[in-house]
Design a protein around this ligand. Sequence first.
Ligand SMILES: *[C@@H]1O[C@H](CO)[C@@H](O)[C@H](O)[C@H]1NC(C)=O
Ligand SMILES: *[C@@H]1O[C@H](CO)[C@@H](O)[C@H](O)[C@H]1NC(C)=O
Ligand SMILES: *[C@@H]1O[C@H](CO)[C@@H](O)[C@H](O)[C@H]1NC(C)=O
Ligand SMILES: *[C@@H]1O[C@H](CO)[C@@H](O)[C@H](O)[C@H]1NC(C)=O
Ligand SMILES: *[C@@H]1O[C@H](CO)[C@@H](O)[C@H](O)[C@H]1NC(C)=O
Ligand SMILES: *[C@@H]1O[C@H](CO)[C@@H](O)[C@H](O)[C@H]1NC(C)=O
Ligand SMILES: *[C@@H]1O[C@H](CO)[C@@H](O)[C@H](O)[C@H]1NC(C)=O
Ligand SMILES: *[C@@H]1O[C@H](CO)[C@@H](O)[C@H](O)[C@H]1NC(C)=O
Ligand SMILES: *[C@@H]1O[C@H](CO)[C@@H](O)[C@H](O)[C@H]1NC(C)=O
Ligand SMILES: *[C@@H]1O[C@H](CO)[C@@H](O)[C@H](O)[C@H]1NC(C)=O
Ligand SMILES: *[C@@H]1O[C@H](CO)[C@@H](O)[C@H](O)[C@H]1NC(C)=O
Length: 610
Amino acid sequence: MGNKADFISLSRLRFSHFILLVLLNPCSNLVDCSGEDVKCRDTERQALVVLRQSLTDPSARLSSWVGQDCCTWKGIKCHNQTGHVVKLDLRNPFQLINGGVGDPEAYKRSCLGGKIDSSLLHLEYLTYLDLSLNDFQGLEIPHFFGDLKNLRYLNLSFASFAGEIPPSLGNLSSLQYLDLFADSYSNNGPWELRSSSLKWLETLSSLKYLNLGFTKLDDIGEDWLQIINMLPSLLDLRLHWCHLKSLPLSLPSVNFTSLSVLDLSENSFNSPFFPPWLFNLTALTELYLTWNFFTGSIPAEFANLKNLQVLDLSNNLNLEGEIPGLFANLSKLRILDLSANNFQGNVHEFFNGFSNNKLEFLDLSSNSLSGELPNSLGWLKNLQHLDLSSNSFWGSISSSIGRLSELRRLDLSYNMMNGTIPESFGQLSQLVDVNLVANSWKGALKETHLVNLRRLQHLRLTTEPEPTSEVFERLIRVVTRGRDPEYSSVEANVNSIDLSGNHLTGEIPDEITSLSSLRILNLSRNFLSNGITEKIGNLQQLESLDLSHNHLSGKIPQSLTSLASLNQLNLSYNNLSGRIPLIPKFNDSSIYEGNPLLCGAPLPTKCPDE
Ligand SMILES: *[C@@H]1O[C@H](CO)[C@@H](O)[C@H](O)[C@H]1NC(C)=O
Ligand SMILES: *[C@@H]1O[C@H](CO)[C@@H](O)[C@H](O)[C@H]1NC(C)=O
Ligand SMILES: *[C@@H]1O[C@H](CO)[C@@H](O)[C@H](O)[C@H]1NC(C)=O
Ligand SMILES: *[C@@H]1O[C@H](CO)[C@@H](O)[C@H](O)[C@H]1NC(C)=O
Ligand SMILES: *[C@@H]1O[C@H](CO)[C@@H](O)[C@H](O)[C@H]1NC(C)=O
Ligand SMILES: *[C@@H]1O[C@H](CO)[C@@H](O)[C@H](O)[C@H]1NC(C)=O
Ligand SMILES: *[C@@H]1O[C@H](CO)[C@@H](O)[C@H](O)[C@H]1NC(C)=O
Ligand SMILES: *[C@@H]1O[C@H](CO)[C@@H](O)[C@H](O)[C@H]1NC(C)=O
Ligand SMILES: *[C@@H]1O[C@H](CO)[C@@H](O)[C@H](O)[C@H]1NC(C)=O
Ligand SMILES: *[C@@H]1O[C@H](CO)[C@@H](O)[C@H](O)[C@H]1NC(C)=O
Ligand SMILES: *[C@@H]1O[C@H](CO)[C@@H](O)[C@H](O)[C@H]1NC(C)=O
């Protein structure tokens, strides 16, 4: 009974009946309520009133649910001709970012909760129901949801539903989107959804999107894949962290070949092999298989997945062998994450194939890769994020790196780089975050290395330059240039500097105290001398200051006591003198040890005037 039927009935009515009906009820079952004048149905309005009464609503989000025309109430959309409620969108508008950051109290206040009255069933024409990001405190998903026959979209994610998913959902034969994703730690959980069999899915033949992330499916047996295979319309399947154990290796025929997104990450399957049917899913654009303990080398069949844009094989720990050149055949690849595996050998074959491709994100960190970084690295012109940390790469950074004009993050830390940083590094004007520590770099950094890095926020670097204070002063001048009228348009907003272990000499340049956004400063293990300026108190955002293992002398500046955010301090192994200022939260003697001329608590040495 859609609006078409309503029209047919209408055309059969005599005019007088029409007037009469309009007078009695401006929007009865038989009257076209098109355009602006569309009014809601009485039964549906009453059903919504009952629904509202069953819900808790601490922030009065539903305060607009008064008056006759429910079509104007917040979160409700009526059909523009029949006036039937077709959409109920009660998603919490106050979203928590990353499942926690934000204002948890404000979020909680804005959550709906309580019960969900079955009066909802009076909304017979409902096609869209979104209850996501609310807090139903472990309520079971109501069985009667299976009777909302016209539903095409059902979103219950992040809403603290728990218990067995009602198999009655299998009656929603028009359903296209089903989202039950629930990070169990949201909303003071753990609330856990379970399903002991996915048989109810079989009848959802219109399903395009299915997200059961964090649902416990440890009992579902081997047939789960066969059931998924019966969903010919499925485009997007997300089974992240579902406690799935078996990943069947064979399928008689692969029917769900329209699949575009497949997320099976963090299931720890009990078989370590990539199933062959995976490579028949040639429409895949995104594939997530992280944390599943797959082992062995990358099968050549990955080259079949020509539409892949995102591939995440990270954290399988035991994927091994050389990284093959076949990735270059995946010409649409934007994101490739192979980190935290056991890949070995050099990366020449891997990089040499790539040219003029779309790769934006490459993470090969925490493997056993070695050798020199090839010149072909510079071909990845669209790269924004490059993480090669925690491998055994050696040699110099190829000067071709200067061509990576989009690069924002570069991490080469914890390698064996024993060559130089090329001057072309200075062309990477988009760099925000650079980490080059824990290597054995040779040669001094020059101003040209850094002068164009206008967006730099995080700099971690260890080099072995000639012991010269000039380098350090230039460096600091470069990162502080935001204060320099010559660079007034610069966006510099440096908030962490780690130049520990660099053979830096001379005094700590005053300019550093003008970096008002600085949160982390680590200058430990250098040869810095002279006093620490009182102006250090200007760094009001400072959270961590490590000046240990230098030759700093003079008194500890009193202004340190005014740094309210400072929660990490280390001044040990210098030549500081005089009484330690009273900073109650820094009462650990190891912060001050190795300064023979310091006295007072927390050191055992009494000051002469005591
Ligand atoms: C009613 O909605 C449909 C789609 O939902 C739209 O195509 C149509 O233009 C709308 N009609 C009016 C009168 O707003
Ligand atoms: C379901 O709701 C969540 C949270 O509001 C949202 O992030 C997600 O995209 C929605 N799912 C679908 C399929 O629209
Ligand atoms: C589906 O609906 C029919 C009738 O509406 C009902 O008899 C049946 O129990 C429902 N199926 C499930 C699995 O709940
Ligand atoms: C898959 O498709 C084949 C051929 O179209 C069909 O015979 C088979 O029943 C389908 N399998 C499933 C599980 O739907
Ligand atoms: C996968 O694709 C290959 C070739 O494209 C085909 O020979 C094979 O039968 C397919 N496998 C399944 C299980 O459908
Ligand atoms: C990958 O691309 C190269 C060069 O374009 C080609 O020679 C090779 O056959 C391709 N490999 C596969 C598996 O498609
Ligand atoms: C850098 O390290 C590699 C590998 O350990 C070594 O073969 C090479 O000689 C070293 N180069 C320099 C300049 O020290
Ligand atoms: C500063 O760097 C040194 C050496 O790189 C490191 O050991 C130390 O933990 C760092 N300090 C802080 C506070 O992180
Ligand atoms: C330590 O500082 C004192 C002055 O406070 C100075 O006389 C002395 O020479 C310094 N010692 C060293 C080893 O730098
Ligand atoms: C050091 O400070 C902590 C908290 O700031 C306090 O609990 C502790 O008792 C203090 N210890 C000493 C030895 O003053
Ligand atoms: C300060 O640095 C010294 C020397 O590196 C270290 O032994 C000590 O544990 C550090 N203290 C704190 C509180 O980090």
